[in-house]
Design a protein around this ligand. Structure first.
Ligand code: HSE
Length: 399
């Protein structure tokens, strides 16, 4: 029997215990031995909880217990979670996590320690919640040179945008509901400002391209400026707005970005609604593959962590290599990227707009505005033209 510890008994941690209990028998059959939770570490008490007797406040006892071979880190953040993860790996215990902030910040160091100690640091749940995406990149897509990753990588923001679009719901109300459903981060700013998606695209890109993409290098914009008026314009053109994390390789140059994009109905990510996430990965010989599922929430995320736990138990004494080197991947500036833009400016003559942006498609405007979609422009050309106007808002259009 394999003994494990769960660090953090919140949304994900409690889900891990539940998944292990619900699927106890099939997990035992598939792994070849039972997986038993020996400790649950949390600062709080859980009176009346069925696993109350497993709750401890003593991390050192876990680190020192030779019976514990795998530890699930579901604490979040980069403080105690980093310290505890490092201590567990140094003690030769594999660590499985959903903590994208920690993986994006310290992943390469933690993987190096795991390698030195013949154990593993795995993080399937760190991107896309319950969607299998890390293991497919590491394993199934191994022969591919990955050319692009485009994903809806944050459940909270996709839930908010979907409800704003479908019900005209108010941003703050929907955010509150996303928090109640256990989708949002402890500080939801990380979701709505795009920081969470930024960590995730940095992780996926590092795995895909084999070198470290620093999340600090990824230009990031959230959804706080999106309004129901933007969605009214989208109805006119049969499009929607999604927060995307994307990266791509073009002739040896790498680009990465997180921002809200206009998606047309023809885009495979258009219909991904609510808390669902999806990631479109393009390989040079494979072409497009898409991965879809619940991007947040207790049990889906926990299921992904448990898949890592099972892999660690089955490969005890070995290190699972994620093919992600510590060398930095230099990202190119986005100024050269070309695409159409959806633009809202304070009311101006159509001739002025055409003179600055070239041929555009005008939309039926809200009073006092002029709204239009440009032809393909580089970021630099767009910014130069936009500087002549009082811009209310703009969004990039993704085909
Ligand atoms: N807050 C995250 C989200 C949780 O909404 O996607 C899953 O990483």
């Amino acid at each position: 029997m394999a003994k494990i510890a769960v660090l953090g008994y919140g949304t994900v941690g409690s889900g891990i215990v539940e998944v292990l209990n619900t699927n106890k028998e099939l997990i035992r059959e598939r792994v070849g031995e039972a997986i038993d939770v020996k400790y649950i570490l949390d600062l709080r008490e859980f009176p009346g909880d069925p696993y109350e007797s497993l709750v401890t406040h003593d991390f050192d006892a876990i680190a020192a217990d030779p019976e514990v071979s795998v530890v699930c880190e579901a604490m979040g953040g980069t403080g105690a979670a980093y310290k505890f993860t490092k201590a567990c790996l140094e003690a030769g215990k594999s660590v499985c996590t959903s903590n994208k902030a920690l993986v994006a910040e310290y992943g390469t160091e933690l993987m190096r320690i795991a390698k030195d100690k013949n154990c593993s640091y795995l993080f399937e749940a760190s991107c896309g919640g319950g969607i299998p995406i890390i293991r497919p990149i590491r394993s199934s897509l191994c022969p591919e040179r990955i050319l692009a990753i485009k994903g809806i990588l944050n459940g909270t923001t996709n839930y908010i945008l979907t409800r704003m679009e479908q019900e005209g719901a108010d941003f703050a109300d929907v955010l509150k509901q996303a928090q109640e459903l256990g989708y949002a981060e402890a500080d939801p700013t990380a979701d709505i400002e795009g920081h969470d998606a930024c960590r995730k695209i940095a992780i996926l890109s590092s795995l895909a391209y084999g070198k470290t993409v620093y999340y600090q290098d990824v230009e990031t914009e959230g959804i706080t400026k999106i309004t129901t008026d933007d969605f009214a314009y989208m109805k006119q053109i049969g499009a929607t707005i999604k927060l995307l994390g994307m990266s791509k390789e073009v002739n040896g140059a790498y680009y990465a970005q997180v921002a809200p994009f206009v998606l047309k109905k023809t885009n495979p990510l258009y219909s991904v609604n609510g808390v669902m996430n999806a990631i479109l990965v393009t390989g040079n010989t494979l072409g497009d593959t898409m991965y879809y599922g619940a991007g947040a929430g207790s049990l889906p995320t926990a299921s992904a962590v448990v898949s890592d736990v099972m892999e660690c138990v089955m490969t005890k004494g070995e290190t699972i290599d994620s093919h992600w080197s510590e060398e930095k991947l230099a990202l190119s500036p986005l100024d050269g990227a070309t695409r159409p833009f959806f633009v809202r400016v304070k009311e101006r003559a159509e001739a002025d707009i055409k003179a600055a942006f070239g041929e555009v498609k005008f939309l039926e405007p809200i009073a006092g505005e002029t709204a239009f979609i440009t032809a393909e422009l580089s970021e630099a050309a767009f910014k130069k033209a936009a500087a002549e106007f009082e811009v209310i808002s703009f969004l990039r259009v993704e085909d």
